[in-house]
Write a protein that binds this ligand. Structure first.
Ligand code: DX5
Ligand code: ZN
Length: 234
């Protein structure tokens, strides 16, 4: 299980310290980019990514909630982004994936809660990461949408059936209660904003999320191990 703190809930005026406060339990840093068109909110762009890059060696996982991410992919790469995720809802998916690959970016495809899994299935073989939104994108601190769990499980099944190495990332309302639910469904990279930055001890908060998810996976593999051939309950 991997955990990516989302800086959307951090104090942007103290960003380097905020990132560092999660460092011991962070596997990546989730950077939310919002353009006020694709979502009704506005955050940051490549210049801020460039400054973050100077202060941390964490993998910078940039979630581009933008209508026209293609115009900015190179700028994010040059600023030091390691991976970007573009939304399938904005279209031109094939072109955007090719562009991310060419730039040497980790290649992610994000899918909103109401968008059917069918829209991403044709791209699974071409991406590294499937980012399943478990809230409507735009704001931190929203409630986890339980109805997306089935989609995570179906994505896991499609990835496994095709023998692909696509990682499933989930974003929105992740905390120690919801983490085991998404882990059981097949997510392995958990984004958490308010549950980490809203806690007095960020390292402890991230550790609790990871542990809650990991323990359910351990139980599941023990159970599957004891009953060979059952293949789990996916
Ligand atoms: C929402 C963002 C998320 C956000 C999650 O549009 O994509 O990354 O930071 O925040 P929490 O964890 O508070 O739901
Ligand atoms: Zn995000």
């Amino acid at each position: 299980m991997r955990v990516a703190p989302s800086i959307l809930s951090a104090d942007y005026a103290r960003l380097a310290e905020e990132v560092e406060s999660t460092r011991a339990e962070a596997d990546a840093l989730h950077v939310d980019v919002m353009d006020a068109h694709f979502v009704p909110n506005l955050t940051i762009g490549p210049p801020v990514v460039r400054w973050i890059r100077k202060h941390t060696d964490l993998y910078l996982d940039c979630h581009l909630m933008m209508d026209d991410p293609g115009r900015y992919l190179r700028a994010f790469r040059e600023a030091g982004a390691d991976g970007c995720s573009v939304h399938v809802e904005v279209g031109k998916t094939g072109e955007l994936i090719a562009q991310m690959r060419e730039l040497g970016l980790g290649t992610g495809l994000a899918v909103n809660p109401e968008t059917p899994l069918d829209d991403v299935l044709p791209w699974l073989a071409d991406i590294d990461l499937l980012l399943v939104m478990t809230v409507h994108p735009g704001f931190g601190g929203q409630s986890f949408m339980e109805e997306v769990v089935g989609k995570i499980a179906r994505a896991r099944q499609a990835i496994d059936e095709r023998g692909l190495a696509v990682e499933i990332e989930v974003d929105g309302g992740i905390d120690p209660v919801t983490a085991p639910v998404v882990a059981r469904a097949g997510a392995r990279l958990l984004v958490a904003g308010s549950a980490i930055f809203g806690a007095p001890d960020r390292v402890e908060a991230a550790r609790r999320i990871r542990e809650a998810a990991a323990s359910v996976i351990r139980l599941e593999s023990a159970r599957v191990g004891k009953e060979p051939g059952t293949g789990g309950d996916r």
